[in-house]
Design a protein around this ligand. Structure first.
Ligand SMILES: Cc1cc2nc3c(=O)[nH]c(=O)nc-3n(C[C@H](O)[C@H](O)[C@H](O)COP(=O)(O)OP(=O)(O)OC[C@H]3O[C@@H](n4cnc5c(N)ncnc54)[C@H](O)[C@@H]3O)c2cc1C
Length: 387
């Protein structure tokens, strides 16, 4: 089988790239080792800048229709407010945080891809990839087994990317010591569905973020040791000891998981005819909900650049714009999420007190707050989405 672009992985970034190429009239094949979209929600927020960029794929409106708009992000120490950020005055067509589970985002991208005439080869894993000056050859195992020849191949294949290994690109960085617990729960939450709250209590941090369903919330907490399958009692303890000082009962748990967090950026985003994007190119802490967002902007940018070259509008040198623009954007995201992580997981009591004082002072400084709002919404990296 022959194609212009082989995309390995049908996570959010692979689907977005395929959609971008299809809309530009470029032939592509997506291979995905899973049999369908993974029904765990993982990324729960889409930021303003991502929604602005996704307009070109025509998916912003269905995403908004399926999500929950919030305009506040608030840092608290138990019941006390420290710093509140507001997203409703930002210079964007979408001045809010859109809460929407990742599987729903992927479903919307997939439906748009099918509508544009694209497809995903589910149950098909890339096993080996080689490139020559003329093209790329991939050996596929599973449902769509065989050989695929392409002009270019893109690794949208997550943190343990085969494409990155085939390209011989390093993935420097490290792993945070803490483990993370993540759970979606039904809870009578005293703050209602009005804000994303980050509690910086003496016992540690916990994030509580509303999801589109009534009374449904995403809980994320950093812990020293996490059980493999956190139980409802574990989440209840986290809320009791780190959340607001009031009686809050978790009524049911939809799912939970435990994970470790890495902070790494690929040394290069391109090696000849092989490209990396999304988690294959950068991973970092979920603080600030930036991972999928950065990957979706990578996908739209790479889609435009590949379409320009394949259609003959630009020569191959144009492809270098991808790493030039998108790698610094990921490095900035790593710096921001690293700082947020450091602040949220601070152990020393004196440092924690000083942090809370600084946050309260920042709450009274609008220019500083605006800078943080621009960073979190991705709008400060708007220039990195323009070719
Ligand atoms: C617990 C958790 C919470 C998170 N919260 C947020 C958040 O709030 N906000 C945010 O923006 N991000 C968040 N993220 C990050 C976000 O989930 C990822 O950044 C996003 O999924 C990356 O998308 P991707 O398409 O690059 O890779 P992935 O989603 O990892 O998809 C890669 C795909 O490639 C497939 N694949 C791999 N190898 C092969 C192969 N050889 N052949 C064929 N297919 C292959 C895999 O099966 C997979 O489907 C979170 C992540 C986790 C784990």
């Amino acid at each position: 089988m022959k194609t212009d672009v082989l995309i390995v992985g049908a996570g959010p970034t692979g689907l977005a790239l395929a959609l971008s190429l299809k809309k530009a009239g470029i032939d592509c094949i997506v291979v995905e080792r899973r049999l369908d979209i993974q029904n765990t929600s993982r990324a729960a927020v889409i930021h303003a800048h991502t929604l602005d960029v996704l307009e070109e794929l025509g998916v912003t409106r269905p995403l908004i229709e399926n999500g929950l708009k919030l305009t506040r992000f608030c840092m608290r120490d138990r019941s006390q407010k420290l710093l509140q950020l507001n997203f409703d005055k930002l210079p964007t067509g979408h001045p809010f945080l859109l809460m929407i589970p990742q599987d729903r985002t992927e479903r919307i991208l997939l439906e748009a891809l099918l509508e544009a005439g694209g497809a995903v080869f589910w149950g098909s894993a890339a096993e080996a990839i080689e490139q020559t000056p003329e093209g790329v050859t991939a050996r596929i195992a599973g449902t769509g087994s065989g050989i695929i020849q392409a002009r270019y191949a893109v690794g949208a294949d997550g943190m343990n990317s085969l494409v990155r290994q085939a390209a011989g690109i390093g993935f420097a960085g490290g792993t945070y010591e803490e483990s993370f617990i993540l759970a979606d729960v039904d809870i009578q939450w005293p703050l209602g569905q009005s804000e994303v709250s980050l509690f910086l209590s003496p016992e540690g941090m916990v994030v509580v973020a509303p999801l589109p369903q009534e009374n449904r919330y995403r809980i994320v907490a950093a812990v020293d040791v996490a059980s493999e399958h956190p139980q409802i009692a574990d989440i209840q303890t986290l809320i009791n000891t780190r959340g607001p000082e009031s009686d809050i009962e978790i009524r049911s748990m939809i799912w939970s998981s435990r994970f470790r967090v890495h902070h790494r950026v690929a040394e290069h985003y391109r090696e000849g005819r092989l490209f990396l994007m999304g988690d294959a190119a950068h991973v970092h802490s979920p603080a600030g909900g930036q991972g999928m967002n950065t990957g979706l902007v990578d996908a739209c940018f790479l889609g435009r650049i590949l379409a320009d070259v394949i259609s003959g509008r630009c020569d191959e040198r144009h492809l270098d714009r991808y790493e030039f623009k998108r790698k610094p954007a990921a490095e900035e995201v790593l710096r921001i999420t690293g700082r947020l992580m450091g602040m949220a997981t601070m152990q020393n009591i004196v440092k924690r007190r000083a942090r809370n004082i600084v946050l309260r002072i920042m709450d009274r400084l609008p220019p500083l707050k605006h800078k943080l709002e621009m960073n979190l919404s991705g709008l400060s990296r708007k220039h990195a989405a323009r070719i």
